[in-house]
Design a protein around this ligand. Structure first.
Ligand code: ADP
Length: 494
């Protein structure tokens, strides 16, 4: 076995405590998997008001933790609990002024105006906390912009960088989504205690803003993107949200490792949310899930027409502008559609209005509903995910595990996880989903039309595709070994 390592994960969300997207799924699984492999892994989160404390046993750990931001002194504390069904410690920074309000990043419509203060203090407090606990990890594994100042603080904060307590700690930064960067007014720099020297093009300056993301990309020891294709794409001009040059400069340190999924939570054989459990050996249960979904949305019970589902943030990046543009043509296809999600109010409205006009073909639920998301992944025949870009994407993997055939745009993690169906691949008994490349309504409609036609004309081939999709191994154990290699390379380095 590899040398056991001490790793602190820092993130702004983790299932089952607080979640807005895929980051939470990853933080709810990867740290635990690494801990089960013998490493001393711990997780630090902000203690948001929305975390339902009655579900977890929080204990006080550090009664007082002070972090300074400009002339404001934030006095918080640290709570801890064990991760459910695990002995992994989870630490929570409890600072009511910054985190004691409803919402994680915003109030539902707008981001909080003090997010730079909230997460700068979170980053500083993370480092003070380690010293307070006298726990010196080998690696701090940061995730997304909300944790991006940690690497800069370790290297350049006058107190932290001069103290041997922190000097041997290495950093890994995971890019879950490069589009969210945390770029703020440059006075963040002195406010968090960093010297102006870092505010350069080679440092964390980004178009005259102080960027959490750029801080992470420049100062972390290793970088990780959540799929190999995304790791390549973000280095290409026009696809790296302005950071492509910085990323190309760090190409040797940038590794793409595909996310896994929690195969216990997403298991059609045991899923408690769905109408009927089923497995690869018999898909009758899946038909019952489809019927239940049709019934719930009062869609005519027409099993010959496939049920096309989508569970997603309803934003352009997820391809919802494409869906919206193509909607009329989609509704002419021989299929029914059910969409669950929320996001851009204009897209929400367009879809809701279309559903009201075509209630026999389209149902739309605006909102965030975990049980329904499971029911849709189980009850769908096809899973639609035409993302403009997709760092990794998890829902297409959930869909495949439930025998729901994905229809995706070939980008990022979708390209890495969906084995595209072509006439050639079918002859070789390969292919787990449909993929198209051009980001156009035509390509989307035509690919969906192809999928629908194959399903109705060739049932045995369709079953074969479903079985192949269900047999794919998306467990974390594959990628956990790659993370270990990344860590070992770092800790072995001088
Ligand atoms: P992203 O992180 O970009 O939103 P991912 O596919 O990586 O996309 O992860 C999305 C996660 O959020 C999945 O677990 C998905 O099931 C969940 N999710 C997205 N929208 C909803 C919704 N409206 N209701 C319930 N779960 C949702």
């Amino acid at each position: 076995m590899n040398q056991p390592l001490k790793v602190l994960f820092i993130a702004s969300e983790a299932s089952p405590f607080c979640k807005t997207g895929g980051l939470a799924d990853v933080m709810g699984a990867l740290p635990r998997v690494l801990r089960d492999r013998g490493h001393d892994v711990r997780l630090l989160l902000p203690r948001y008001e929305d975390i339902d404390q009655s579900r977890f046993r929080f204990l006080p750990l550090m009664p007082e933790l002070v972090a300074q931001y400009a002339d404001r002194r934030f006095v918080g504390s640290v709570l801890r609990c064990n991760f459910p069904k695990s002995d992994m410690p989870v630490y929570f920074l409890d600072e009511p002024i910054l985190f004691g309000r409803p919402g994680i990043y915003g109030d539902g419509r707008f981001d909080f105006p003090d997010n730079h203060v909230r997460f700068a203090v979170f980053n500083l407090a993370a480092l003070w906390m380690l010293k307070g606990l006298d726990w010196q990890p080998d690696i701090i594994h940061c995730n997304d912009w909300q944790t991006g100042l940690v690497p800069a603080l370790l290297r350049h904060h006058p107190v932290i960088s001069a103290d041997p307590f922190w000097s041997s700690i290495k950093t890994v930064f995971s890019i879950h989504n490069l589009a969210y960067q945390g770029n703020f007014d440059k006075y963040l720099i002195p406010a968090v205690g960093l010297p102006w020297d870092v505010f350069t093009h080679d440092g964390l300056e980004f178009y005259n803003k102080a960027s959490f993301m750029k801080s992470a990309l420049v100062y972390s020891d290793k970088l990780h993107a959540v799929s190999p294709t995304y790791a390549e794409e973000i280095q290409v001009d026009g696809q790296g949200a302005g950071m492509e040059g910085t990323l190309r400069g760090r190409a040797n340190d940038l590794h793409g490792i595909l996310n896994g999924i929690d195969q216990e939570e997403w298991d059609p054989e045991t899923d408690a949310h769905i109408a009927c459990n089923y497995g690869p050996s018999g898909l009758e249960g899946k038909a019952a899930c489809t019927r239940a979904l049709r019934e719930r949305f009062a869609l005519p019970d027409t099993p010959e027409k496939p049920l096309v589902v989508s569970v997603s943030r309803m934003v352009a990046a997820k391809g919802f502008d494409l869906i919206s543009d193509a909607l009329e043509r989609l509704l002419e296809l021989d299929a029914q559609f059910v969409f669950l999600g929320s996001g851009d109010p204009l897209l929400e409205r367009a879809l809701t209005e279309a559903a009201a006009a075509a209630p026999d073909r389209l149902a739309v639920t605006i909102g965030y509903d975990v049980p329904l998301s499971h029911q849709m992944v189980a009850g769908g025949d096809l899973f639609l995910m035409p993302s403009y870009y997709e760092p990794c994407g998890l829902t297409q993997m959930y869909a495949m595990r439930y025998g729901t055939v994905p229809v995706v745009r070939r980008t990022g993690g979708l390209a890495d996880s969906v084995d595209a169906i072509t006439p050639g691949s079918l002859r070789d008994h390969r292919g787990t989903g449909f993929a198209f490349e051009p980001y156009t309504p035509e390509a989307l409609v035509e690919t969906l039309r192809e999928a629908i036609a194959l399903r109705s004309s060739d049932k045995p081939t369709w079953r074969e595709i479903q079985h192949r999709a269900m047999a794919r191994d998306f467990s974390w154990s594959q990628s956990a070994a790659s993370y270990e290699q990344l860590y070992q390379a770092l800790t072995a380095a001088p």
